[in-house]
Ligand binder design. Structure first.
Ligand code: HEM
Length: 217
């Protein structure tokens, strides 16, 4: 029998470390959510508005780069949905009321530094956010519907209406990750950036008091 080869996309999946339990599929998160108010969820979306604005600006810049281009697609774009949710939840002046926390500012600073300049760095951040949100979206939507009765308004962020088959989309995305022409060192750098992106994401959750004190880095 030959040795089992772990694909690069599998290594990335392990590294991103987003747990289904955290996203609510186990039901445990749904139970915890009893303590969460609409304002807390709006606060989280306010942070995501700033993060996705930076990520989607980086995507525009990377759209013509031969290595990054296969990952860039308008099917994933989240900012218009986040803005619409915040208008519904907070009101038209949401952008004046939602303040980025220092953790969000640090995340955006890293995005601007790395994702806008290096294709591998960009893909690491793109992958960490979108694939996590794509797979966590349905359970988050369920949780928000159970907790607040939201159906469409307020939860557009969780609905990837341009992605008809999320599992097939993920498979294609992972195949692109495996096909990207990265050297061993570049792959290491992408893995390290995924680690960083995941911890920047967790820091944002913590910065709005999310899950405290249960959240551990
Ligand atoms: C409606 C209310 C809530 C919403 C919308 C919400 C949303 C989320 C989201 C989007 C994530 C990120 C999932 C991922 O990384 O894949 C998350 C993670 C998490 N949530 Fe919540 N949540 C809510 C309530 C709560 C409450 C009340 C607690 C605990 C008291 C909690 C504990 C956690 C923990 C421990 C994580 C994992 C964080 C980590 O990876 O470090 N959540 N939640």
């Amino acid at each position: 029998m030959g040795a089992t080869v772990t694909t690069f996309s599998e290594l990335l999946r392990r590294r991103a470390g987003r747990s289904d339990a955290a996203a609510g599929t186990s039901g445990a998160h749904g139970l915890l959510a009893g303590e969460c108010e609409v304002a807390d969820y709006a606060d989280l979306l306010g942070q995501y508005a700033v993060v996705y604005a930076a990520l989607e600006r980086a995507a525009e810049r990377m759209a013509d780069h031969p290595v990054a281009a296969p990952f860039v697609t308008a099917q994933l774009t989240r900012l218009p949905a986040i803005r619409a949710d915040l208008e519904y939840l907070v009101g038209p002046d949401w952008s004046e009321l939602c303040c980025p926390t220092p953790a969000t500012t640090a995340y955006v600073r890293r995005l601007n530094e790395v994702a806008a300049t290096s294709p591998g760095g960009f893909v690491a951040h793109h992958y960490t956010r979108y694939l996590g949100d794509l797979s966590g979206g349905p359970s988050l939507a369920r949780l928000l519907e159970e907790r607040f009765g939201f159906d469409t308004n307020g939860v557009l962020f969780t609905i990837f209406d341009q992605v008809a088959d999320p599992a097939a989309f993920e498979d294609t995305y992972r195949a692109e990750l495996d096909a990207a022409p990265w050297s061993a060192e570049e792959r290491e750098a992408v893995l390290a950036e995924v680690d960083l992106a995941a911890s920047l994401d967790r820091a944002v959750l913590r910065s709005i008091g999310h899950g405290a004190p249960a959240v551990t880095a």
